[in-house]
Write a protein that binds this ligand. Structure first.
Ligand SMILES: Cc1cc2nc3c(=O)[nH]c(=O)nc-3n(C[C@H](O)[C@H](O)[C@H](O)COP(=O)(O)OP(=O)(O)OC[C@H]3O[C@@H](n4cnc5c(N)ncnc54)[C@H](O)[C@@H]3O)c2cc1C
Length: 258
């Protein structure tokens, strides 16, 4: 067990301190799996949590496939790809998270997604090929805990693409957030819908939809779970009233209010 203060660990800087189970071998785990905490909003009453131990933080090549442990942070994967001239990992530039969280969320930007280059994942049920996983925009049907994954190796790390990701992400707000709050609805943009509903810069307490990027729910200092939930509910209601579009959350709400 390890004591984790979620108000400093998570990127949105909200959540209580709790004892988290550390997983050292690929077992079935009932508890909520905490990755890097970059896509979650945790309530003051969280479920029991577990996180992967250091043994799952690795990269190595075996039989022409790149094996990566699910606790490996994106920055380490990107550095490895750059050093060994491997392409298709450029999207990890300034994309915060661990491999497990990135695969579970099918993280990415525009047409670049973590699944593009994925071969298989290993969970407590064994290896599972990409063709047997249902995945789409910021969604997968993966059950269980991801411990490791394999990727194709193609030479040619693309520094131009890296620069493009850097520029795109440099425009993202620097204030604490959990990334995009809502998914983009088909043929539309959540940020545009929020802006059109007058929610850009809209605040409840110390939480706000960012002035520069309406779809980022940001913590202005001492923001709380309750304030974040109030904003989310206001946004869903207002956007539906204005556009008849039901916004779907991209960030994961973990735990209940009471
Ligand atoms: C500033 C900022 C910018 C961002 N930009 C982007 C972006 O451009 N594109 C994008 O897609 N996302 C973006 N995000 C969101 C975030 O980076 C991704 O969702 C990332 O994949 C989260 O990884 P994590 O390890 O932090 O997961 P967490 O937030 O800890 O967890 C996310 C989900 O994954 C599950 N999970 C974590 N590890 C495992 C595992 N080993 N096995 C099974 N399930 C697991 C958790 O239970 C949870 O359901 C951004 C976030 C921030 C703060």
């Amino acid at each position: 067990m390890k004591l984790v203060d979620l108000s400093t660990y998570t990127s949105i800087k909200i959540g209580p301190s709790l004892h988290v189970q550390i997983i050292e071998e690929p077992l079935h785990v009932e508890n909520f799996i905490l990755g890097g905490g970059n896509n979650i909003l945790v309530s003051p009453n969280p479920p029991k949590m577990a996180m992967l131990g250091r043994v799952f933080n690795f990269l190595h090549v075996k039989k022409n496939l790149l094996h990566i442990g699910a606790a490996t942070p994106s920055g380490k994967i990107l550095s490895y790809a750059k050093k060994h001239d491997i392409k298709n990992f450029e999207l990890m530039q300034k994309l915060p998270g661990t491999l497990g969280g990135m695969i579970k969320m099918n993280a990415g930007l525009k047409e670049w997604e973590i699944f593009n280059n994925l071969v298989a994942i290993k969970t407590e049920h064994g290896w599972c090929a990409k063709k047997d996983i249902k995945f789409g925009y910021r969604h997968t049907n993966i059950k269980g805990t991801i411990y490791e994954a394999t990727f194709e190796i193609h030479k040619g790390f693309d520094t131009t693409l890296l620069e493009m990701f850097k520029l795109l992400r440099d425009n993202q707000p620097k204030l604490p957030s959990a990334g995009s709050c809502f998914k983009n609805p088909p043929h539309n943009f959540a940020g545009k819908l929020l802006d059109e509903s007058g929610l850009k810069g809209f605040k409840v307490g110390d939480m706000a939809f960012c002035e520069t990027h309406a779809n980022f729910l940001v913590n202005l200092g001492n923001g709380t779970f309750e304030e974040a939930m109030e904003l989310i509910n206001i946004a869903k209601k207002r956007v539906f009233e204005k556009s008849e579009i039901e916004l779907e959350l991209e960030i994961k709400i973990v735990g209940q209010l009471n």
